[in-house]
Design a binder for this molecule. Sequence first.
Ligand code: 3PG
Length: 222
Amino acid sequence: MPQSTTRTASDLVHLGPVIPVVVLERADDAVPLARALLRGGIRTMEITLRTAAALSAVRKVADEVPEMVVGAGTVITPDQVDAAAAAGARFLVSPGATTGLVRAALDSGLPFLPGAGTVSEMLTLAEQGLTTIKFFPAEASGGRAYLSSVAQPLPHLTFCPTGGISAATAADWLALPNVACVGGSWLTPAAAVRSRDGAAVTTLAREAVSLLPTPGRGTPVA
Ligand code: 3PG
């Protein structure tokens, strides 16, 4: 599989229909999980900085599975931006945004998917040139009704909704005109990660990809 070039957040959200949101307690689980996702056709992986193992997990995937575009999620401080970049993260995701976090993320030069849950937060990000946004927490912030309502007043913004999305609802989210992909943890259930059940993860990944036959999705980005 060719290595993807992901220069911007817009490149990132067009790499596939779903960005798996991964929580890893053991860094050694990261490489087998990355390979299981790749086998299922998923080429991005957001490892959340919520565990002690997360940065080491990012580093392992970056070093050992170059075909996987691995990023750091739950980035909430400027220090975490630096640590994620040093570990080899190829993109950053945050649940929200502060001035300091945005500055650090932009300085890193990495594609950055900042979180926003309201129109004013979205406009604040857009003012800083950030027009590809994680709508978070998607279901709790008003769901598809909210996000589709902002499509007309904010036509310049593209979203990756995350939070409460499942295999059953992903296709409906992806049908919105301002949604490029969705984020979710359902592809990497804790039990399957713990037991290294790669086959289960590959099946979930394949199902996620096949939900979405939209031409162009999942094709290499030049
Ligand atoms: C995130 O960290 O982005 C979300 O908590 C993932 O949400 P989910 O577990 O509901 O998919």
